[in-house]
Design a protein around this ligand. Structure first.
Ligand SMILES: Cc1ncc(COP(=O)(O)O)c(C=O)c1O
Length: 446
């Protein structure tokens, strides 16, 4: 147990409750909420609710507030731009749009020159990637992964396969064949019980079974994959996976599209998570952390792949000036310390979590890279029995004691604080986290 004093907050407080009641009447019930947190303001890695309660933020708006809440450099850039102009439309030109595209091209995870297309969100980035791959290859089928999450519009939804409710009742386009993601802790496909080569196993299955039975490789435009599976449970693939996928793509003229919407922009201690495997993708999808919370998404593609002509794709808000200046300031903050901090504090947190897992029967696995960390909760470590209710109880107890944290996958927890977080808040947050784990274990008889 931590020595930090941990107090039970009165949440949701009266002002929060009043707002929840109003929300219920008018905001679409399609949104799934994690906790009754009603935000008033945030600073750095702390957030405050409308009743004055303080929380440590281990969620960062789902990996969006990369520079923390209201970083002064980002706020200043937005304020200055707002006084100049708010919008001109993608039919014209402006400096921040070009400068951001130049910056993104310079940090692209491939040697070839890059082209950049900007939109407003992760799902739009994925839609752009699907359309570009389709246009460039002249092929109309794709490979996706079970457990993958790529967004909710109909194109990206065709790939999304992390929870059935996300697809239930909806049709999808284009044609996507899903294969297992290599998960060493919970393999869907395993050559042996502890399949160290799970990456090879999955790619062999793609080549030897999928390509030969249901999805001929000559029809496949692209393989869309997350470098670390996010919503699916923070699953880090083994070393063999990406090099083998690249080989298969090269052999059959298939584009390798990496969805770095959650993993990208320094979250894992490198600009792009795919860099951990030394593999060059053809198209990168980005959003979330890129502009510290101002809506922005886009793709970075090899120039040889970005072969579409004027008018083939577009949008009103592409290159929105507020989003572009926020992204430029964000990338500057990350380049000047944020990315390094993600790697350093990520290693520290990983070590602390592993140490914690050794004394807690419910913490089955700790994994991740940089400040993208996951903990798998189980009711029996030997059998790796998933414990989703226990996980959910930890989320709620942590909230009630001043820590925002969120689940992912069936029974995992994600830890994704702002990339600028320091050791004091990490220690305080982990203290609350362990307190919540201890209470949940007692309640569930572990
Ligand atoms: C990997 C990945 N791709 C795409 C998306 C969709 O992004 P957005 O919600 O901005 O449309 C998400 C959102 O969680 C994501 O994690």
């Amino acid at each position: 147990m931590s020595t930090i004093s941990i107090e039970r907050l009165n949440v949701p407080g009266p002002k929060a409750q009043a707002l929840l009641a109003r929300d219920k009447k008018v905001v679409s019930h399609a949104y799934g909420r994690v906790a009754d947190f009603v935000m008033d303001h945030g600073r750095g890695s702390e957030v405050f609710d409308v009743d004055g309660n303080r929380f440590i933020d281990f969620v960062a708006g789902i990996a969006v507030n990369s520079t923390g809440h209201s970083h002064p450099q980002v706020v200043q850039a937005i304020q200055a731009q707002a006084e100049q102009f708010l919008h001109i439309s993608s039919d014209y030109y402006h400096e921040a749009w070009v400068a951001l595209s130049e910056k993104l091209a310079s940090i692209a995870p491939f040697d070839e020159d890059a082209g950049v297309f900007l939109g407003n969100s992760g799902t739009e980035a994925v839609e752009a990637a699907i359309k570009l791959a389709h246009y460039h290859t002249g092929r109309d089928r794709f490979i996706g992964f079970f457990g993958g999450f790529h967004g909710r519009t109909l194109g990206s939804l065709a790939f999304t396969a992390s929870k059935a409710v996300q697809r239930e009742g909806f049709t999808t386009i284009p044609s996507v064949t899903h294969i297992p993601y290599p998960n060493i802790y919970r393999p869907i496909l395993a050559a042996a019980p502890e399949d160290e080569d799970a990456g090879d196993t999955v790619v062999n299955f793609l080549e030897n079974v999928v390509f030969k039975s249901v999805a001929p490789p000559e029809d496949i435009a692209g393989i869309l994959v997350e470098p670390i599976q996010g919503e699916g449970g923070y699953i880090v693939p083994p070393a063999s996976f990406f090099p083998r996928l690249r080989e298969v793509c090269d052999q059959y003229g298939i584009l390798l599209i990496v969805d770095e919407v959650q993993t990208g922009v320094a979250r894992t201690g490198k600009w792009w998570a795919i860099e951990h495997w030394g593999v060059e993708p053809d198209i990168v999808c980005t959003a979330k952390g890129i502009a510290s919370g101002v809506p922005l998404g886009g793709i970075i593609a090899k120039q040889s792949v970005m072969s579409w002509p004027a008018g083939a794709h577009g949008n009103t808000y592409g290159g929105n000036p507020l989003a572009c200046v926020a992204a430029l300031a964000t990338l500057d903050v990350l380049e000047n310390g944020g990315m390094e901090n993600a790697a350093t504090q990520g290693d520290y947190m990983m070590a602390r979590l592993k140490e914690m897992a050794a004394r807690h029967p419910s913490m089955g696995d700790v994994r991740g890279k940089g400040l993208m960390l996951g903990v798998e909760f189980v009711s029996n470590k030997d059998y790796r029995t998933p414990a989703p209710e226990l996980r959910n109880r930890i989320v709620q107890t942590a909230f009630e004691h001043g820590l925002l944290i969120m689940g992912c996958g069936h029974s995992a927890m994600r830890i994704i604080p702002p990339l600028v977080i320091g050791p004091d808040l990490i220690n305080e947050g982990l203290g609350i986290f362990e307190y919540a784990v201890t209470l949940a274990e007692a309640e569930f008889g572990l």
